[in-house]
Design a protein around this ligand. Structure first.
Ligand SMILES: O=C(O)CCC(=O)C(=O)O
Ligand SMILES: [Fe+2]
Length: 211
C-alpha cells in the first residue's frame, strides 16, 4: 500500500462506519467512537503502566511544565501492537512504512501538554534533526483509552473545538493545509487532568517512510 494523498485519506475516513467530520473549514479532523474495545484499551493501559518514562518535546522552549506527562514507546515487533498498527493503517489508508512507532501517553492529576502542534516548526532549530529522513508529520491519530474522572480534554483553541476523552474514541486530523503547508489551526492543548488518570495512544505519519 502506498501513502494516500491528503484528499483520499479524508475520503476514506469519511466512509468508515460512525466516522464524523468535525465541522470546521479550517482543518480536516474526524472523530469516531469505540474504535478500540474495552479489552484493547485495558491491554494498552497495562503496557503504558509498565514501560513509561517522562515525556519529551521537540524545540524545547524553557518551560519545564510544558509537557508533564509520561510516554511509553510501544513495541512495534509485538503481535498485538502490529495488529493495532494495521487497524490504524486500514482506517487511514496510509501505508505502515509512513508511520512512526506508536506511543502511549499517561497523565496524572495536574499533568498536561500545553498548546502545541504535532508538526515540527519548519523554522525551528531542530527541524533538520527531526525531519531530514522521513520528512514532516502529516496526519495524527489518537485514541483515548479510558474515561477520565475530570479534566483531560483536548482543546483546539484556534477552531474553538474541545474533544472529551472517552474510552475507545479516536480523533485524527491532517496537520497540513490543502496546499501541503503546515496548518496552524491544528494547535491543541491536552488540558490538565483534574481527577484520576488519562491514557491515550498517539500515532503520527510522515511524508516519507520512517526507515
Ligand atoms: O493527550 C492528548 O489529549 C493530546 C496528546 C497530544 O497532543 C500529543 O501527544 O501530541
Ligand atoms: Fe499533540
Amino acid at each position: 500500500m502506498t501513502q494516500s494523498s491528503s484528499e483520499s485519506c479524508a475520503g476514506r475516513l469519511l466512509a468508515a462506519p460512525g466516522m464524523m467530520r468535525v465541522p470546521s473549514p479550517r482543518l480536516e479532523m474526524f472523530v469516531v467512537r469505540d474504535f478500540l474495545s474495552q479489552a484493547e484499551c485495558n491491554g494498552l493501559i497495562a503496557r503504558i503502566e509498565r514501560d513509561r518514562r517522562p515525556s519529551t518535546i521537540a524545540d524545547a522552549n524553557g518551560d519545564h511544565y510544558f509537557r508533564t506527562s509520561e510516554t511509553c514507546d510501544l513495541p512495534m515487533d509485538d503481535p498485538e501492537i502490529v495488529a493495532l498498527d494495521e487497524k490504524l493503517c486500514a482506517l487511514s489508508g496510509i501505508g505502515r512504512p509512513f508511520g512512526e512507532p506508536i506511543q502511549g501517553q499517561r497523565y496524572e492529576s495536574g499533568q498536561e501538554f500545553k498548546a502545541h502542534t504535532d508538526y515540527f516548526d519548519p523554522h525551528g532549530a531542530d527541524f533538520q534533526r527531526f525531519c531530514s529522513v522521513a520528512g514532516q508529520r502529516t496526519w495524527t491519530f489518537m485514541v483515548y483509552l479510558n474515561d477520565v474522572e475530570a479534566g483531560g480534554a483536548t482543546r483546539f483553541k484556534v477552531i474553538d473545538k474541545t474533544i472529551q476523552p472517552e474510552r475507545g474514541k479516536l480523533v485524527c486530523w491532517n496537520n497540513r493545509r490543502p496546499d501541503g503547508t503546515v496548518n496552524p489551526c491544528t494547535l491543541h492543548h491536552a488540558m490538565k487532568v483534574r481527577k484520576g488518570l488519562k491514557y491515550v495512544i498517539t500515532k503520527w505519519y510522515r511524508e516519507k517512510p520512517w526507515g
